[in-house]
Design a protein around this ligand. Structure first.
Ligand code: CMX
Length: 435
């Protein structure tokens, strides 16, 4: 057993009695009410999911295992001379709740590097896609094609105790996570480079190896580490996390779950917003004949977008009510490394201009930027100008949170998800509408 798996098993054994006690002794306690608005409004704010991997406070933003993002970046071990921590260390943290030591991280890096290679048929699945396909569609299919590799399924078919479900799920999850960078890099090569020479470097960590496979120089390795870490988890109710959890709740394996997670992330109201931000800025830039607009001109572009019935991509959030700390982490990186970048000037100006306009318009509950307002511009600066690809990067990061949750779901024996639906007639009757 690896150090991480052993540590995880200990935590699972410690945690199980808490869930059992809540269920057995307090199962009928009422903890929340539900309003008609919540039922009609996408279940906003209904407390109906449980996770210990992360928690999203509307004003403070995300905490991973109790640590704010700045704390995560400060406390996790980093490669020598680098600004950003090892992604593998974050996996250790998400799974166990503990900040790993250097040697614990080294063990995870070694384990990941042994699981990186892809079966031949995955390359063939990727190659079979037409070149105008969206990279998220290719990624989803590539992950799906590996379903036959699931150890959970083999063990399940052979007869396995519920108490052991977490074990092959951990193996499947770690196998898949270790392979995602090569899937992403190969899709990138297929769509934009066509060099057909994408190979992992077994001596490098997750972020370093991804930069290597994309043929990007420093500090892109740090950009990759930062990117995967900030996108990893945002508690369980967002579309990608919830989809992954929901699929896994029927004991579908992690390949089905992560493929579904990718499909949910691919929507413009969710992960695709980062590419939409770039598309929107490019449009403004083109209309301005490549010069930076004045604040007044920028305000007009924002109002024009709103008045044409579109949303301002990268702004607003279903839970957050202040600037997303994921935006701030990336903004600080940009201020340090690319303050003069032309597109970053646009992003900075939007940060000044958009919130007052959204407030004035009075519709969005949160006028502040989210993670997607900043991320694409950093990728663009380091030469990743194919913005269709940005959500693939989001998906690689998000898989860490989704898979950590699924491992724990299996460990704690959470059941198949099955909320109840009602008809409009019933809702009208419940709220007292007489017909
Ligand atoms: N621009 C314009 N209008 C916005 C807006 C924005 N950025 N954000 C919210 N609104 C509007 C909504 O469309 C809604 O309008 P209607 O009443 O006409 O339907 C109204 O304000 C109220 O919405 P809300 O309760 O504030 O926001 P929701 O929880 O419904 O939606 C989100 C949240 C993120 C989908 C929304 O803010 C949005 O569309 N933002 C732009 C897309 C984006 O950046 N998505 C990425 C989010 C982060 C991520 O998941 O990656």
């Amino acid at each position: 057993m690896t150090t991480l798996k052993e540590a995880l098993f200990k935590k699972i054994e410690q945690h199980r009695p808490r869930t059992t006690r809540l269920m057995k002794e307090y199962g009928d306690k009422v903890v929340a009410d539900v309003t008609a608005q919540q039922i009609l409004g996408g279940m906003r704010g209904i407390k109906s999911l449980i996770t210990d991997i992360s928690y999203l406070d509307p004003y403070e933003g995300i905490r991973y295992r109790g640590y704010t993002l700045p704390e995560v970046f400060e406390k996790l071990p980093k490669p020598e001379g680098k600004e950003m921590p090892y992604v593998e260390g974050m996996y250790y943290l998400l799974l166990t709740g503990d900040i790993p030591t250097e040697s614990q991280v080294a063990d995870v890096i070694y384990d990941f590097s042994n699981r990186r290679l892809l079966p031949r048929y995955v390359f063939e699945v990727i190659d079979a896609f037409p070149n105008h396909s969206h990279p998220m569609a290719i990624m989803s299919a590539a992950v799906m094609s590996m379903e036959r590799e699931s150890l959970f399924n083999t063990r399940y078919q052979g007869g396995m105790s519920k108490m052991d479900y977490w074990d092959p799920t951990f193996e499947d999850a770690t196998n898949l996570l270790a392979k995602l960078p090569l899937i992403g890099a190969y899709i990138y090569d297929k769509l934009y480079l066509n060099k057909k020479d994408v190979y992992p470097d077994p001596t490098l960590d997750f972020g370093g190896n991804f930069a290597y496979m994309l043929q990007k120089d420093e500090p892109y390795d740090d950009v990759a580490r930062m990117y995967f870490i900030v996108h990893a988890d945002h508690e369980s109710g967002n579309v990608s996390a919830h989809t992954g959890h929901l699929i896994a709740s029927s004991l579908s394996d992690v390949y089905y779950s992560v493929s579904g997670m990718i499909n949910g992330l691919a929507g413009p109201l969710h992960g695709l917003a980062n590419q939409e931000v770039l598309r929107w800025i490019q449009d403004v830039k083109q209309k301005m004949g490549d010069k930076l607009p004045s604040k007044e001109e920028m305000k007009k572009f924002v109002w024009d977008t709103l008045n044409s019935g579109q949303v301002i991509p990268g702004y607003g959030h279903a839970v957050l009510r202040k600037t997303d700390p994921r935006y701030m982490v990336q903004r600080e990186f940009a201020l340090k490394h690319m303050a003069d970048d032309e597109l970053f000037q646009y992003v900075s100006m939007l940060y000044e201009v958009v919130p007052p306009i959204l407030k004035e318009q009075g519709k969005a509950k949160n006028p502040w930027p989210n993670v997607d307002a900043q991320s694409g511009v950093i990728q663009w600066h380091y030469g990743l100008t194919q913005y269709d690809f940005y959500t693939v990067l989001f998906a690689i990061g998000r898989a860490f949170g989704v898979l950590s949750n699924i491992i724990w779901d299996r460990a704690l024996g959470y059941p198949i998800e099955r909320p109840k639906s009602i008809t409009t007639d019933m809702l009208e009757e419940m709220v007292g509408i007489k017909k």
